[in-house]
Design a protein around this ligand. Sequence first.
Ligand code: FES
Ligand code: FES
Length: 160
Amino acid sequence: MTTSKTISFHLNGKPITIEVGNHINAVELLNQFQLKGARESCAQGLCGACTILVDELAVSGCLTPAVMLDGKSVKTVESLSGINEKLHPIQEAFIDQGAFQCGFCTPGFVMMTKHLLDLIPNPSDEEIRDFFAGNLCRCGTYPEIIAAVHQAAQSLSHSS
Ligand code: FES
Ligand code: FES
């Protein structure tokens, strides 16, 4: 028997109240709002393509039951460009450094970068690699991703 629960949370800054089935995960819920940045790929917490921020912490949306978002602040990659739709410095850095090919993994890496730079404003290469241990890029753009994180760190330090 499928059960459901009414939850209230903030999605990219907007208050939402919705009834969700106990069986759906956060990515499936986001799809209902036409938010496609977080992608379900492995569905096992192994690839990072579904990374979202819940109360500013990066989590795997595929492993997060939607009902657990009750009372939380949820942010997806779509939240980064802001109200004037200007790209976030992290997104600009990924473009400048050519840190993607097919782009499938990119929203996950961008959100993980946001979490990383919130914690460590100027990370070393080793800290970046450690932090991204759960994010996979099948196109192998890891060197460019690391360069993008450094560029974003520089940009954000100048803007604060
Ligand atoms: S789809 Fe969630 S970690 Fe791979
Ligand atoms: S850019 Fe293709 S999987 Fe990362």
